[in-house]
Design a protein around this ligand. Structure first.
Ligand code: AMP
Length: 488
């Protein structure tokens, strides 16, 4: 096959927010004088330089870490199933316009963090910075409005934000996402919060608390924003520079600022709850009653507005805290009753939330939660000589077909070295296939617990292995006679 000629990367593929190099080298203490001379916008890594490093803020999740991730993935999937959420997978890349229309300019996500580029065909596209917009698009595109409501969808995957990387903040992060379309009743708000709680609680995370607020309808929000701006304008000199700029672009974001002086000032600012219309107030009141009924731990947080523009009424986050009282946001969401219509669909109230899986894994490690335990092989397949190696490939497949988890070392290695691997793995049975056995059509089954061994024909191998495994289980648990736990 002739390999296709590779096309060099076009210059048109630019990252919108690219001000500094993405090179991990940038974090090195001393930039080289050569690099220092370059302009700020010039990448520090030339296109020809091949760095064996992932991009800044993006990382490999190595096999060692996977047991934590596996536990999270399983917990998400089982919660989704139990609460009737159907899995959907949506593309990682969408038209840029979808995100701009949903999240809106003036938000950090759109103004600073979106990874956008132009395709070779000239389309302006973006890596998804969150799930909701894409889920809404899929809901409309596939005519889901005709399905019995509410429609519950669940997804999981990476999202991308060009944020300043640090511990717990990445440019490629993973989220589990739950969305409910077609129901405005606050009982659904309470139920999605229950799902979020179910996931983190089942993972063994404690010290969890929801932060809830209601930002009302666009009208009540406008009234609130006006009052907030009036208040903040009068005290503008007490705000940080970023918040002064936010006053004209997205004043509600000032409430999110972590700068001490802004926190102090906004503590006295007007609160969204005081500006709610009657219906939103009743909606919020009912939600709180449901939360009480479910005994979910929550605090009303008047500063919580969330950074996205599409929210109406309920907004919430799920926080974990450490002994020193430091808070970690594990996820957040809210109601977006107008978004589907704004995107061109039928009026469809909706609510959803995203859980940050990287942060959840960090919390699991911090609080020493047990990761998932993958089943361990109970059998090792050792072989010696070319013919034996060839035969053991089929024997391995036979064992696997019968649900017996086996390990092997098909690479070169003496029998002694292979037996060492077997005992390091702690297997209960080693199957040995030497040159003689390969020619005879037999195999040696060695019980690693009792040390006894027998020669059996290769046809009878799986039965013989099963027998030993079963007798080991019976020895360890005299009342058990069933199939061993690591057998599929
Ligand atoms: P958001 O919708 O921005 O509140 O994000 C939902 C959740 O995703 C947050 O509560 C975090 O747990 C997680 N998250 C957000 N941004 C990042 C990031 N840059 N790196 C890692 N996790 C993040």
């Amino acid at each position: 096959m002739t390999p296709k000629k590779t096309v060099p990367a076009k210059k048109t593929t630019t990252m919108a927010a690219k001000k500094k190099s993405d090179s991990p080298k940038q974090s090195a203490a001393k930039p080289s004088p050569k690099a220092a001379k370059k302009s700020v916008s010039a990448p520090l890594v030339s296109e020809n330089e091949l760095l064996m490093q992932s991009l800044r803020g993006m990382r490999d999740i190595l096999p060692d870490e996977q047991p934590y991730w596996e536990r999270v993935r399983r917990s998400l999937s089982s919660a989704a199933q139990e609460y009737g959420f159907q899995r959907i997978d949506i593309p990682t890349v969408e038209y840029l316009h979808l995100f701009v229309r949903s999240i809106k300019q003036g938000t950090d996500i759109i103004d600073k963090e979106i990874y956008e580029f132009q395709t070779r065909g000239g389309d302006r596209v973006a890596l998804r910075p969150e799930f909701t917009a894409g889920m809404g698009r899929a809901y409309i595109q596939h005519g889901m409005s005709v399905l019995p409501k509410p429609i519950r969808l669940f997804s999981m995957g990476p999202v991308f934000r060009y944020d300043r990387p640090q511990e717990g903040r990445y440019r490629e992060l993973w989220q589990g996402d739950f969305e409910v379309f077609g129901e405005a009743d606050p009982i659904l708000d309470a139920q999605v919060m229950q799902v979020a709680y179910r996931v983190v609680h089942e993972l063994g995370l404690r010290d969890i608390e929801f932060q809830v607020n209601s930002i009302g309808t666009p009208e009540s929000r406008k009234r609130y924003e006006k009052a907030l701006v009036r208040f903040l304008e009068s005290q503008k000199h007490k705000l940080c520079q970023v918040c002064r700029d936010r006053l004209s672009t997205n004043p509600m974001r000032v409430l999110d600022c972590k700068e001490d002086k802004c926190v102090q000032l906004t503590a006295q600012a007007p609160q969204a709850l005081d500006f709610l219309d009657d219906e939103s107030r009743a909606h919020f009141k009912s939600l709180l009653e449901y939360l009480d009924e479910l005994e979910l731990p929550y605090s009303i947080n008047p500063r919580l507005v969330r950074g996205l523009d599409y929210y109406t009424r309920t907004v919430f986050e799920i926080w974990s805290s450490d002994r020193e009282g430091k808070k970690y946001a594990l996820g957040g969401g809210g109601r977006y009753d107008l978004l589907i219509q704004e995107l061109g669909g039928e009026p469809t109230p909706a609510i959803g939330f995203g859980l940050g899986l990287d942060r959840i894994v960090l919390e699991m490690k911090r609080t020493q939660v047990r990761p998932h335990e993958f089943a361990k092989p109970r059998v090792f397949l050792a072989q010696l000589g070319d013919l034996a190696k060839k035969k053991s490939l089929r024997l391995f497949a036979d064992l696997e077909k019968h649900g017996i988890l086996a390990a092997e070392s098909f690479g070169r290695g003496s029998l002694k070295a292979q037996m060492r691997v077997a005992s390091r793995l702690g297997v209960e049975v080693t199957v040995i296939l030497g040159q003689k056995e390969a020619l005879d059509g037999t195999a040696i089954v060695k019980d690693m617990v009792s040390g006894t061994q027998e020669t059996v024909t290769q046809e009878k191998l799986t039965d013989a292995v099963k027998k030993v495994l079963k007798s080991n289980v019976a020895l360890a648990h005299p009342s058990h006679t069933g199939v061993a736990h690591s057998e599929k």
